[in-house]
Structures are given as C-alpha cells and as structure tokens.
Design a protein around this ligand. Structure first.
Ligand code: C2O
Ligand code: CU
Ligand code: CU
Length: 826
C-alpha cells in the first residue's frame, strides 16, 4: 500500500512537471543543385523540391535544442512547423531527414523571390559545400537515408507541420549530445513532381511566419522557466544561472508562464500604411506585419495595403483617328488618375488622342495590310504648364546623361521600318514630336506600344507609357472567336504606392524592382463581371521585372490560342501559363460552367491579379474551332548564321555590376544581317535568373530549349507559334530562328526586364540591303561574345567566395561544358 501511494505521488509529480517550449531556428538555408556556387543563407526563404526544369533544391534547418531545455529532460513529442509562402499547384511529399555532418549558414541573400539563389559567400552551405569553400560534403548533403517524418505539402499557403516518434528521437539525441546536432534536411520524396515549395526562414520579416520547433518534455526536478528579453520561454536548471533573461524560479514551467512580450513596429493592413507599436501576437491578431522587436515606426515605414477587387476592370478605349481614317495624333501628357478606390489621385503619364490622357493609352486598332500613322508628341508639362524639364522619378546618373523627361515610342512586336521603330537614342523632349508609320504587314496579333528611351525606359513605363496595339485580319475573323464585349485585353503591371497615391520607384538602379500591388489596365486588383460564356483575354505582362505564372483559383483549365506574334495553329488547353515581361498570351476562358455568383481569381503563385464574378446571363457559347491559323515553320536548314549570345553580368565602374549580352554594349554592332536572311540565335544563360530576350523587327520561332541537365527539347505547344520575346531560364540554352526582312537599319535587341534593358542588357543589330561581299554569307557560327569566347564559362562572375574548382562539377558548369563541346563540334 505504501509503495503504491509513493508510486502515484511520483507519477503525479512527473505529470505536473511536463512542459512545452517553442523555439526558433538557429540556422536555415537552401541547397541549389544546379551549382555548388549558389546559396541563400541570409535569405527570407528556403526551398525544397524540383524546379520546372527538374533541378532539385533542398532546405536545411537547425534548432539549438540544448539551450532551450535542460540536459536530462525526457522529450515526449516535437512538432516542426514551417510556413509555406510560395507554391505551384501540385502536392509534394517532403521528408525531414537527420543531417549527420556539420554545416554553416553564411550571408548569401538571394534577390527577388529567391528561387535562383545568390553567389555563396564564405560560410554558406551549398549543394557541394557544407561550409563554403572550406568544407565539402556529399553533393546534396550528408544525411540519414530514411526520413524521420514526412508531410504532404499542398497548394494552401501557411503552416505545415512534421512530427512523430522518429522526429522526437532526433531531438532527444541532440539534447543528449549537442555536438551531434546538425539539424534536418528537407528532401522532396515525390521527385517525379516538378514542384518547388518555398517556406519562410528565420530571417523572414514576419516573425509569425518563421520556422518553429515545439518540444513537449519533462524536465529534471530542479529546474524552472526562463523568460528571455525577446519574450521566448525556455527551461533551465536551478538556480537559473543559464538563463539569459529572468529566471522564474524553481518548479515554474513555460506552459504556465506568460513571459512579457516586447513590442515593435507593426504595419497594419490599410491604405494609409499605418504603423503601431505592438507585441508580435497583438500585431498578428490585427492582421498586421510585425517588423521586429524594437523596430521603430517612422513615417512611410509601412507599405500601404489596398483591398483587392473593389474597383471594376477598365477596358482601354479604342484610339480615335484625326481624320476618321488611319492617322492618329497622340500626345504624351501628365494626368491624375484614380488607380484604386482608397488611393488619392496618382500622377501618371498617359496618352491623349484628343479625348483626354489615359494610362494605359488608348488601344490602336489596326487591320492587316492597312498602314496607319501616328504623330507621337511629347507634351509633358510641369504644374505651371511649361515644358517639363526634370523627370518625375529619380534618374540614375550611371544610366542616363541627364534627368530630362525624354520619350520615344516603340511598337513592340511590330514589323516596322527602323525610322518608325522608336530608336532609343532618337528621343523627344517635351515639345518635340515624330510621325511614325506602321505598315501592319503581319498576321493578326496582340502588340503593345511603350516607351523606349535610352537608360530611362523603366521610369517612363512605370509612369504609365504603355498601351495596346491590336492587328486584326480576315483569317482571324473567320474563326468566330469571342469578340466585342467578350474580347478583353489585360495589361498586367506591378506598382508600389505611397500613402499619398504617388508612385514609388527607387532612384538608384536596382537589378529588379517588384511592385507590391498588381494593376490590370491601370487599376489595382480589379474585378470583372462576366457572362456565362467564353472570353478572349489578350494578356500582356507589362511589368518591369515581375513574371507571372497565371492560373485560375479553382484550378480550372483554359485555352491558349495565341502567343506574341499571332494565333497558334491550334488551341492548347493548359492549367497555367507563365508570362515574363514583354510577353503576351491570347487565351480563352470559359465561364459557362459556373453557377451565377461564382468568383474566380486569376492569380500567380505569389500574387492575385484580378477577379471574375460570374453573372447569370449566357455569353459566347460557340465552340472554339479545332484549328486556328497556319503557322509556317522556319527551316533551320535555311539559316545562314548561328549567333551565340551569352547573358552575363560584368563589373561596372559606376554601378558595381551591370548586365551585358556577350560582354558587349549598345555601340558594339557585330555582323550585318543581309535582308532576307534567316538566322539562328542561341541565347546562353549561365546566370541564376530568367531573362526574357526580345528582338525588334522580327517574329521568331523557338527551335529548342536545353536545360542544364538535359537534351534539347522542342518548345511546348503554347510556345510553338510566333514569338518576339522569349524567356531564357537559368542555366538554359534557347535556340530561336527568325527571318530578317524588308527593312534595313539598326534595331535593338534586349532583355525585357526593363531594369536590365536600361542597364546595358541591350544591343543592336543592323540589317543591310546586300551582304558586304555581294553574296549571302555561308553557314557558320559567330560568337558575339568575342572578348571572352570559350573562357570564363562559369556562372556568376562577380565577387563571391569562389566556391568552384574542387568538388563535383556543378550542373551549371555542366551546361557550359556542353556549350563548349557544341562550339568545338562545329
Ligand atoms: Cu518591348 Cu525593345 O521592347
Ligand atoms: Cu520591341
Ligand atoms: Cu535580364
């Protein structure tokens, strides 16, 4: 009897002492399989899974278990929680494996969405280095083959958890032997799924989204709770000497102790960008973004948050000709426009055809074979009505000779004589104008016009200088596609606003600038009431840097009928379509099957774009034709020349680094192109980011794409038509073919990330009436990258920790070896 009572007492004492602590990560990073040079130690995100190109990423994460609970504790359960912040649409099983070798987190900080990584710095863990460059490990990490826990990650963003007996055993092991704590690696189990899951790291701005490990345990008898200055609760042994903060006394527990929570700036989600001093939890409860403990609130420190889908989608009106015929006079004018219900008026630059200045500009409606002329005028004025002398946005002196508001308009995708193409150096100052002639001798297509002034194109487009230009023809008319109110162009652009409604854009050049709101046709996150039928949506990515992987929120398929330069041969059904800056896609979305009142969002993985609200009336219900138009294939055998164009970054005295094509600049014109010739251009991308490459004058066809780890593959059906802007993915080689005909002169080609275009990633080609030797040059390869042909074939030429050489050849290096091999074979 006495024994039994004693046993019950011991048991109840142990039960009473069970405790729970939640700790943040001590280190986290991503391993990028394409290159041992890539890392993201200091980034806000970590990745696991396979890219669309089949390149693997793995996340590593470590928690300092030994300082959160006392040695001798018995752990009964653990839960690892990570917040998913970006995904495509597939489910992916992610296993958590115990890492068996030490690794370190460095300071590499990948740009933008971070999927491309950054050049490793000293101490970064990479695919081939446990600590770059001093410590190698098995490529992909040294870890236990069996996962300690696995969880299926769906498309729903937010927290996902891993737990179970094996995971608990890992943590107990680390508590008992802290030197053996090398954390976990996240490995996608379903490797057939080409899907990358992105989670937030300990560096993430939102404290609530950071990784956490919750540990349930029974501490040894003489211990108690410790409140740290940051509000975290851990358990330490008596007399609390190990407590970096306030020891709560023997016998206290984290489960019952409410540690005082420090406050910091909290950005509240409103159109005024309100900042309040709150605790992280209070901030979260109000839907705010906690800026960190002690973070101060200052004016403009918080982004403004606009409620989506409160304004109707505007459809750009057709431009009005001056004589009822085919001549237009369009002035570039400043105007104040409301871009969201809750925003004050925004100063933008628009186009005025005589009916008022608008952003985006009025749509120019053209007919194939019927020329059209536009007198473009720069009529930018200051508030007194005098010609504007200084740009409204900060002009980076590294890129432009002065801050004058120069403009010039280019018809993107148009087959146009050089004199009307919008040559970047032939700009118009306020008060100046030019008459451009557009022959429209090309198939029906969704073109767009936009500014192209040297060094300030990004600024002029951000101010508003863009509009649609639609060419129609008989072949298209015969198809009976949705038209009239059922045909809508959508110009998608991202922008950032200040609380006073003004556009925010950095004065000093940046590699990419992503806006935090999405505009369609000049309105933030609009909605469109649709009938129950088919809609033809001509979608343009008119953003400076942002790419969109567009899908419908319910995952419903839609139909692609056209690309940049015209209709496809046949419709293609897809679940999503990716657009990079400058690209267009012509799609048909069918709302006939939805109940009245259904709301469908057109969204990207990261951001919403707009909303469709389905009404009750029937709309366009005729079926789409099975065949569209003839797309004659350009024959590779006809090509007189293959040009290799390496997309690369070089150092720059003024700006640090800058982008180039083949190491050459705007004024380096290599190799004239005789009119009528067909050429193959090969874009070689040894960098970790996508570059949408655009050629003026021509419409191209994609011959093939070659990822770093594969053989050349023909373009996807939706890319098999006419293209004037072609996305070249990281570590990819893309071959395009085009016929250069009709117009002799100088034409730009460039990356359509406008920040890159303005930063020397733009060159020009010259078409000539006759070849210099009187004949057409015979076949051969011209390497435009003359200064470093065959050399420096390594991704990322800038400063870094030099993690190359030893170790296994990275996939990035492999594609370069392959490129060299191709060169030698010729
Ligand atoms: Cu859309 Cu050279 O430009
Ligand atoms: Cu163009
Ligand atoms: Cu680029």
């Amino acid at each position: 009897m006495r024994w039994a009572i004693a046993f019950v007492l011991v048991l109840s004492a142990r039960v009473a002492r069970a405790d729970v602590v939640t700790i943040g990560a001590a280190a986290d990073a991503t391993l990028y399989a394409e290159s041992g040079d890539l890392a993201n130690g200091a980034g806000q995100h970590l990745f696991t899974g396979l890219t669309a190109d089949g390149i693997e990423r793995r996340g590593v994460i470590r928690f300092d278990v030994a300082s959160a609970l006392p040695a001798g504790s018995a752990i009964s359960g653990v839960t690892l929680e990570l917040a998913l912040s970006r995904t495509r649409i597939d489910e992916l099983e992610v296993g958590v494996h115990r890492v068996v070798a030490p690794w370190t987190e460095g300071t590499a900080d990948a740009p933008d969405e971070e999927g491309g990584g950054a050049l490793a710095t000293a101490g970064d863990v990479t695919w081939t280095y446990a600590s770059c460059p001093s410590l190698t490990w098995t490529p992909g990490g040294d870890f236990v083959a069996t996962a300690s826990a696995a969880t299926v990650i769906a498309r729903q963003l937010g927290p996902y958890t891993w737990s179970g007996a094996e995971l608990t055993a890992d943590v107990q092991g680390w508590l008992d032997d802290p030197a053996g704590n090398h954390g976990w690696i996240l490995v996608a189990t379903a490797t057939g799924t080409r899907e990358t899951k992105r989670f937030d790291t300990r560096e993430h701005a939102d404290a609530n989204a950071r990784p956490r490990l919750t540990i349930t345990f029974t501490p040894p008898p003489a211990s108690g709770a410790c409140c740290a200055d940051d509000g975290a609760c851990t358990v330490v042994v008596d007399p609390g000497g190990a407590c970096a903060g306030t020891y709560q006394g023997s016998g206290t527990s984290c489960a019952t102790t409410a540690c005082a929570q420090p406050t910091g700036g909290c950005c509240l989600p409103d159109a005024a960008g309100t900042c309040a001093e709150l605790t992280a939890a209070a901030c979260d409860a109000q839907g705010g973004q906690f800026e960190g403990i002690g973070a101060a609130c200052s004016s403009g420190s918080c982004p403004i948050v606009l409620e989506p889908f409160v304004d109707p989608l505007p459809v750009p009106v057709a431009a009005v000709p001056i004589d009822g015929g085919a001549s237009y006079r369009i002035a570039i004018r400043e105007t104040a426009q409301r871009l969201h219900r809750d925003l004050p008026l925004t100063r933008v630059w628009g186009f005025d055809d005589g009916t008022g200045a608008r952003f985006p500009g009025p749509t120019l409606e053209a007919r194939r074979g019927v020329p059209l002329t536009v007198e473009w005028q720069n009529d930018l004025r200051d508030d007194t009505g005098a010609p504007l002398t200084t740009h409204r946005l900060g002009v980076d002196a590294c890129l432009a000779e002065d801050a004058a508001p120069r403009t010039v308009i280019h018809l993107h995708g148009g087959h146009v004589p050089a004199a009307s193409d919008g040559y970047p150096e032939s700009t118009w100052l306020p008060g100046e104008s030019a008459v451009y002639e557009y022959p429209n001798a090309q198939p029906a297509a969704t073109l767009w016009y936009h500014d192209h002034a040297m060094g300030i194109t990004r600024l002029n487009v951000v101010m508003g200088l863009a509009g649609f230009y639609l060419i129609r023809d008989d072949a298209e008319d015969a198809l009976g596609l949705p038209s009239g109110a059922d045909e809508i162009p959508l110009a998608i652009q991202d922008r950032t606003f200040a609380a006073d409604g003004s556009l925010v854009y950095p004065a000093a050049w940046q590699d990419h600038v992503l806006g935090d709101t999405i505009l369609v046709n000049g309105v933030v996150w609009p909605y469109l009431a649709v009938r129950r039928g088919k809609y033809r949506l001509r979608i343009l990515d008119g953003s400076t840097s942002r790419s969109y992987r567009l899908a419908l929120s319910d995952g419903a398929p839609f139909t692609v009928i056209g690309s940049d330069g015209g209709l496809l041969a046949a419709p293609v059904t897809v679940a999503a379509v990716t657009l990079t800056p400058g690209e267009r896609v012509d799609v048909v979305v069918d709302f006939a099957g939805y109940a009245s009142g259904t709301e469908v969002i057109l969204r990207d993985d990261d951001v919403d774009v707009m909303k469709f609200v389905v009404g009750s009336e029937p709309g366009h219900t005729a079926p789409l034709p099975a065949a569209l138009v003839e797309v004659p294939r350009l024959d590779e055998a006809e090509a007189s020349m293959t040009r290799d164009l390496r997309l690369e970054r070089v150092s720059d005295a003024c700006a640090g680094t800058r982008w180039t094509i083949g190491g050459l600049g705007w004024d380096d014109i290599t190799g004239d192109i005789p009119l009528g010739s067909v050429e193959v251009w090969r874009f070689i991308n040894p960098t970790g980011e996508t570059h949408p490459m655009h050629l003026h004058l021509v419409q191209m066809q994609i011959l093939d794409r070659q990822a770093s780890d594969g053989a050349p593959t023909p373009p996807a059906p939706i890319e098999a038509g006419w293209k004037d802007t072609v996305a070249v993915a990281p570590f990819e080689v893309v071959r395009v073919i085009a016929r250069f005909e009709d117009y002799a002169g100088l034409f730009p080609y460039h990356c359509h990330i406008l920040e890159h275009e303005d930063h020397a990633m733009m060159r020009q080609f010259r078409t000539i009436e006759l070849a210099p030797d009187g004949g057409v040059p015979d076949g051969g390869t011209s390497d435009d990258a003359a200064p470093d042909a065959g050399a420096g074939a390594e991704p990322g030429d800038d400063a870094g920790c030099g993690c190359r050489g030893g170790g296994s050849a990275s996939a990035g290096a492999a594609v370069m070896l392959l490129v060299l091999a191709i060169r030698r074979r010729r």
